[in-house]
Design a binder for this molecule. Structure first.
Ligand code: SAM
Length: 283
């Protein structure tokens, strides 16, 4: 066997494939694409910089390939999984392991116990909802796998095609950066898209907002019309914003902002406009 073949064999651990066969798991439903490349599994766990004091949350534990590595380094792992078939696999694998709690259910609905870090290869169809559910919890670090395009939108600078509501909302809650791109071939079954691992470090917002709910609604509204100038996007989406006397309010806002598109304003500038509107409508 050549070194190259040996390395390939080592990284893809054929027992994962046998394991999927044994439990008759085909994947595909519920975003089931299992990360079987041990090189990436190890890099994800290393990025989490786990200490024996850390409680780690894992969303979508699947067959437990990431879970098993986490249990070896953390104080406790809370593994959430939706699919009853995979829950059975997790119990088979981990019922003799002391530092794991397995929670069966939809991660969007279950109540998360307290955790320090979240490390997950997420189900991509709930990327946005689960990220913002997580960001409403207090935790130190997230190492999260997303579809590559989604990750690119999370970290885009203003003025680029990926700059979006997701970018601004993410930046409001956390520092986000892409740690690595992960190719389709690292998964079994392979997804149709490339993936990326994102590092999320929650922190207080780097700018002041008068009212968080209004700011987030404002961002959603103006990015729903991202190609329109701010003046028109506010007027067109007032069914969301519910600003009394909206035309009068818009006329009092600085032209420098009103003549630009949402996609060309920084999160700080968007917060500034949202604050001005909030103050005007609260008078
Ligand atoms: N952690 C495994 C890995 O890295 O190979 C599996 C990751 S796979 C991309 C996503 C996992 O999330 C699947 O096991 C799937 O059953 C589970 N899942 C999908 N939707 C879910 C939800 N709403 N709540 C909890 N788990 C979910």
């Amino acid at each position: 066997m050549s070194i190259k073949t040996f390395n390939l064999f080592r990284r893809f651990q054929p027992w994962f494939v046998l394991f999927l066969k044994k439990y008759n798991i085909k994947g595909g439903t519920f975003d089931q694409h299992f990360l079987i490349d041990t090189g990436y599994l190890d890099r994800i766990v290393a990025a989490a910089e786990l200490s024996p004091q850390d409680t780690v949350l894992e969303i979508g534990a699947g067959i437990g390939n990431l879970t098993e590595r986490l249990t070896r380094r953390a104080k406790k792992v809370i593994a959430v999984e939706l699919d009853p078939a995979l829950i059975s696999v997790l119990h088979d694998r981990f019922d003799t392991v002391e530092n794991i709690e397995i929670i069966e259910g939809d991660a969007l609905k279950v109540r998360f116990p307290e955790f320090d870090k979240v490390v997950s290869n997420l189900p991509y169809s709930i990327s946005s909802e689960i990220t913002f559910k997580l960001l409403h919890h207090k935790f130190k670090l997230g190492i999260l796998m997303y579809q590559y395009e989604f990750a690119a939108r999370m970290v885009s600078p203003p003025g680029c095609k990926d700059y979006s509501r997701l970018t601004v909302d993410t930046y409001y809650f956390a520092d986000a950066s892409i740690l690595m791109k992960v190719p389709k071939g690292a998964f079994q079954p392979a997804p149709e898209v490339d993936s990326a691992v994102v590092k999320l470090v929650p922190r207080p917002a780097p700018f002041e907002v008068r009212d968080e709910a209004f700011f987030l609604e404002f961002v959603a509204a103006v990015f729903s019309q991202r190609r329109k100038k701010l003046r028109n996007s506010i007027l067109n989406t007032n069914y969301m914003l519910k600003i009394p006397d909206v035309k009068e309010v818009v006329n009092q806002l600085p032209e420098g902002f009103m003549s630009k598109r949402a996609e060309n304003l920084t999160p700080e500038e968007l917060a500034c406009v949202a604050n001005m509107i909030f103050d005007l409508k609260s008078r």
